[in-house]
Design a protein around this ligand. Structure first.
Ligand code: ZN
Length: 474
């Protein structure tokens, strides 16, 4: 195989990312416009994410279910803001079985409407609450400009949908889901995202409030990485979801929905990595340890086999037996793919009590004792996990810049920074900022949520109470 040379990340992050799709075997472009194939290596990361989240959801009493892919158009129309928000990107089926359909079917862009039409039949009494349903599926949103993992016409996600007896309970659920996402990003993906609330212009179509986490990238662009919505009673009124409360009165339920998609893979690939390729955090990497036998000498192969058996109890291990490729090629290949730890096994190792290790973020090789290698490896992987988060935090800090005036803001955006500024929060001002600079409000961080300062908007000069994160969108 003669692979093209990888563009250095420091030189052009966009080229670097697109080249890695092929070089690191993450994705292939597919045959319908805007669609990609998730190759096994990338899909395995998604499975790690699924396992982690699914576990937390279930511990909280969330149950998995599955609702149909097709939504009758009339259902989508029931919540007016919702259909308005989604209509530009809908895929609609008009012919079925060779006949024109009486009613067009929408390929789900999200499942609020199809689920809530059914919830109205399920829910009768306060004793049926809270209802907590999650669905793992794919959704379709017609995209004009596509970018692997970050923007594709079909993507995979989970969507959680809950119903509660009060607004307070719904709000608690919204923040709980948001914190799951934050924890997944911080503790597993070694990404510390911005976490906060969206502006009214940027919130989900049909929600009272939208919360989000946002991943900053060094090209000055922000990746909306997961969202959690307080739907209030907007959908329960549209779909007539009522229960009898303790006083035997009919009330509309309070609802939430929250989702995390395969965009997360895009955020993960962009967040770490260097000129050699990806760097995957050990907690989420498909393989934490790659065993590379140097020769097909019997002693070498039997030590490899033994290590694979021993280490597989505690780690995700893969042995690369493509000996004909040569050691150098295989090391480069696994470095491209961001494998956290490579162990080379040659004659020297088969005759001594030593192992030769290479940690993805360090240049020098490390020798450790074979005897207690398990503890030593666990320690090295933990260190890599921590190093990646620390490096990400530093990068985030460097990207963030406080600004007070329009001029400072434009300069910051041109320098690919994330601005933090007092903003008036008006839709008009937001539209003006977007027109002039392509930047949009990302979130008001949770720490700034209750700010009530007496300041002026950096852009229009009107009164402003809170500081917002503002940047371009990926
Ligand atoms: Zn303003």
């Amino acid at each position: 195989m003669n692979k093209t040379k990888l563009t250095p990340k420091s030189k052009n992050i966009s080229n670097w990312y697109l080249q890695l799709m092929e070089l690191a075997e993450l994705a292939d472009y597919s045959y319908a416009k805007g669609t990609i194939v998730f190759k096994p290596y990338a899909y395995a990361i998604w499975e790690q994410i699924q396992k982690t989240l699914d576990n937390w959801f279930k511990q909280d009493g969330v149950e998995n279910a599955y609702f149909p892919l097709f939504i009758p158009y009339s259902l989508l129309e029931k919540e007016k803001t919702h259909v308005k928000g989604f209509s530009p990107e809908l895929a609609i089926v008009t012919i079925g079985g060779g006949e024109k359909l009486k009613e067009p079917l929408v390929v789900r862009p999200t499942s609020e409407t199809i689920m809530y039409a059914t919830f109205s039949k399920w829910l009768k009494s306060y004793q049926d609450l809270p209802l907590k349903i999650n669905q793992w599926c794919s959704v379709v949103r017609w995209e004009k400009r596509t970018y692997p993992f970050l923007r594709t016409s079909e993507f995979l996600w989970q969507e959680g949908h809950t119903a509660h007896l009060s607004n307070d309970l719904a709000k608690k659920m919204v923040l709980k889901a948001l914190n799951w996402y934050y924890k997944l990003y911080t503790d597993y993906l070694a990404i510390e995202p911005f976490i906060g609330q969206k502006s009214s212009a940027e919130k989900f179509a049909g929600a009272d409030e939208t919360y989000a986490i946002e991943t900053p990238v060094e090209n000055g662009k922000s990746i909306q990485s997961a969202t959690s919505h307080n739907l209030g009673q907007n959908f329960s009124k549209a779909f007539n979801i009522q229960v009898l409360n303790k006083d035997n009165q009919l009330i509309y339920v309070w609802q939430t929905s929250w989702g995390l998609s395969t965009r997360t893979l895009g955020a993960l690939f962009l967040a770490h990595g260097d000129d050699k390729g990806l760097i995957l955090p050990p907690k989420i990497a498909p393989y934490q340890i790659i065993l590379l036998p140097v020769t097909n000498d019997n002693k070498v192969l039997s030590l490899t086999k033994k290590l694979e058996q021993d280490l597989s109890n505690d780690f995700r291990v893969r042995t690369d037996l493509k000996l004909k490729k040569g050691l150098g090629w295989r090391i480069t290949n696994w470095e491209l793919k961001g494998a956290p730890l490579i162990i080379e096994i040659g004659k020297k190792e088969s005759q001594s009590k030593q192992l030769t290790l290479k940690i993805r973020n360090r240049d020098n090789k490390i020798n450790i004792n074979q005897q207690n290698c398990r503890q030593e490896i666990a320690k090295l992987l933990d260190e890599l996990q921590t190093d990646l988060l620390t490096a990400f935090r530093k990068k985030k800090q460097k990207l963030l810049q406080k600004v007070e005036t329009k001029e400072e803001f434009i300069k910051a955006i041109n320098q690919k920074k994330f601005a933090k500024a007092y903003w008036c929060e008006s839709k008009l001002c937001e539209a003006k900022i977007k027109d002039d600079t392509k930047a949009v409000s990302r979130v008001v961080e949770l720490d700034n949520l209750n700010q009530d300062d007496n300041r002026t908007c950096f852009y229009c000069g009107k009164p402003a109470k809170r500081e917002w994160i503002i940047a371009k969108s990926y």
